[in-house]
Ligand binder design. Structure first.
Ligand code: FNR
Length: 363
């Protein structure tokens, strides 16, 4: 369908299911075990409602902001997600070009299907990107990579920490794709069951990671470090102690630990119990964001920006670069409408008192 006829974020998912290859759909949609967390990431947003304020002159305002020193036209970023070419032959380059035109920051997955050089060359002048890393069993490889992305001009390193071990991505495994298995035995894959895409591309990842590895990354880049995959308040505090610049509350879109908490619930828990954390470190989140209202809820609770993973893969898969741009337009419109209707003209007007748990409230 013409890209302008898509009106909601999830319209891209509906079309993706119809037009993507089985391999792509099953890999993108997939989540761990019984997929409870993947569903909860979205459902949990429905338990928070606005407390709109009125008569605040909604004539002027903007939705641009900053996180971890990066400027963005919308308070969203592209969460790093692997294998964009499964959905569209131009792959991640579409995301880069779309992000450039919309003025948002792209997170580039270490498992991107386009080469790092291709992606970096597709940037507009001054366009900011973040590079996401998993540490390699051979740290020399990680060292070289960190040095390369730093030299190529990335603006931040995202260190993803919610994949200490493999998970069973149920529908990805069921689709039994013939992807080449990892070249060296990864010490985890004991069964002879067919590999899904996830398992086939993750064999190099180290499983013995500790807090010391933040020091390893720090040693090989001077870029800000954002730790992605924080799933508890305690670990958010440890990130402050370890001097990283940002955290992304995330459970990998429900793809790792089934029954990990929904990030919006964790954000709320932190807002209530550890409000001081929000001034010590930039807090971001991703997982389950499917509308501008979702974005505004997270920002009001203290997130500096929020990421979308699958929605960008679906938009790229159905409409390529035009889909990426349309997705940003839909979100920009919904974010603006929502903000003005709750009495917020600028991102800095989004305060915790504008959001609360859903009623009915018993006093
Ligand atoms: C991911 N995600 C991910 N995260 C990461 O740090 N490195 C990666 O390579 C990938 N790869 C990846 C592939 C696919 C197909 C998906 C769906 C996700 C997780 C991603 O960054 C993000 O946390 C979630 O996608 C957010 O949830 P939503 O927006 O998909 O609900």
């Amino acid at each position: 369908p013409p890209v302008d006829s898509l009106l909601l974020v999830n319209d891209f998912e509906d079309w993706a299911e119809k037009v993507l290859s089985g391999t792509a759909w099953n890999y993108y949609k997939s989540a761990a075990d019984r997929e409870f967390t993947a569903g909860e990431n979205q459902n949990a947003f429905n338990r928070y409602y606005f407390r709109p304020r009125i008569l605040r002159d909604a004539t002027n305002g903007s939705i641009n902001t900053e996180f971890v020193g990066m400027k963005t036209e919308l308070p969203i970023f592209i969460s790093p997600a692997a294998m964009a070419k499964l959905g569209h032959p131009l792959g991640e380059v579409n995301l880069t070009k779309g992000a450039g035109k919309c003025g948002i920051v792209q997170g580039i997955s270490i498992n991107a299907s386009c080469s790092l050089d291709e992606i970096m060359e597709a940037r507009e002048k001054g366009q900011q990107v973040m590079f996401q890393i998993y540490l390699n069993k051979d740290r020399k490889v990680s060292e070289k990579l960190l040095e390369k992305v730093t030299q190529l001009g990335a603006s931040a390193i995202i260190f993803t920490v919610d994949t200490p071990w493999r998970s069973k991505r149920t529908r990805d495994v069921r689709s039994k794709v013939a992807v080449a298995p990892p070249s060296s035995s990864d010490g985890q894959t004991k069964s002879k069951a067919p590999l899904g895409v996830s398992q086939a591309i993750s064999g190099y990842q180290d499983t013995n990671l500790t807090w010391n590895d933040i020091g390893f990354i720090r040693k090989h880049t001077n870029l800000p470090i954002i730790v992605k995959g924080i799933q508890s308040m305690e670990d958010a505090e440890l990130c402050v102690e370890h001097g990283v610049q940002g955290i992304i509350l995330s459970n990998h879109g429900g793809r790792q630990c089934d029954f990990a908490p929904a990030p919006i619930d964790l954000l709320y828990e932190m807002r209530i119990n550890k409000p001081e954390l929000f001034s010590k470190i930039d807090v971001m989140m991703d997982g389950g964001i499917r509308s501008g209202a979702d974005v505004v809820k997270a920002l009001a609770l203290g997130a500096k920006a929020v990421g979308l993973g699958r929605s960008f893969l679906y938009a790229n898969g159905t409409h390529g670069e035009d889909g990426v741009i349309r997705l940003c337009e839909i979100l920009a419109e919904e974010i603006t409408n929502t903000m003005r209707n709750i009495g917020a003209n600028n991102i800095s007007d989004l305060k915790p008192e504008l959001v609360g748990p859903a009623g009915p409230w018993v006093y």
